[in-house]
Design a protein around this ligand. Structure first.
Ligand code: DQA
Length: 145
């Protein structure tokens, strides 16, 4: 059973979008990193990205039965989506939230994430390395359960 690595809106533009904030790695680079890191921890990664809130919610609902855990970068929906948080609260699998940038060092509206209150761990500001940290920690949580 794989883990779900879910990337939210605009992360398909990684590498092109504000590289001084989000780095030069593309989504494909990050997904390759996730696949490799998951394998190192004895996990298989199911990698998804969507710009659509409902598609992200459908993926989280699927994870209830199809995945052992979730790494999620909810991107802009972190700061707006009660619905995504509700889906995660219902997921009943370990959840690690990741942000490339340090959201606490940025605009005030990024300081609060609806997702953090239902995540087991939150990693931000470590860039692409944050996904490695997130998967390493998720592996611990998964192998404990
Ligand atoms: C982000 C931070 C969010 O505030 C922003 O809307 C994103 C990316 C990050 O990875 O740093 O799209 O989640």
């Amino acid at each position: 059973v794989p883990v779900l690595v879910l990337n939210g809106p605009n992360l398909n533009l990684l590498g092109l979008r504000e590289p001084e904030i989000y780095g030069r790695d593309t989504l494909a680079d990050i997904e390759a990193l996730c696949r490799r890191t998951a394998a190192e921890h004895g996990l298989r990664a199911d990698l998804r990205q969507s710009n659509h809130e409902g598609v992200l919610i459908d993926a989280v609902q699927e994870a209830r039965t199809a995945h052992r855990g979730i790494v999620i970068n909810p991107a802009g929906y972190s700061h707006t989506s009660v619905a995504l948080r509700d889906a995660l609260a219902a997921a009943d699998v370990p959840i690690v939230e990741v942000h490339l940038s340090n959201i606490h060092r940025r605009e005030e509206f990024r300081h609060f994430s609806y997702v953090s209150g239902v995540a087991d761990a939150v990693i931000c500001g470590a860039g692409a390395h944050g996904y490695e940290l997130a998967l390493a920690h998720l592996a611990r949580l998964v192998h404990k359960t």
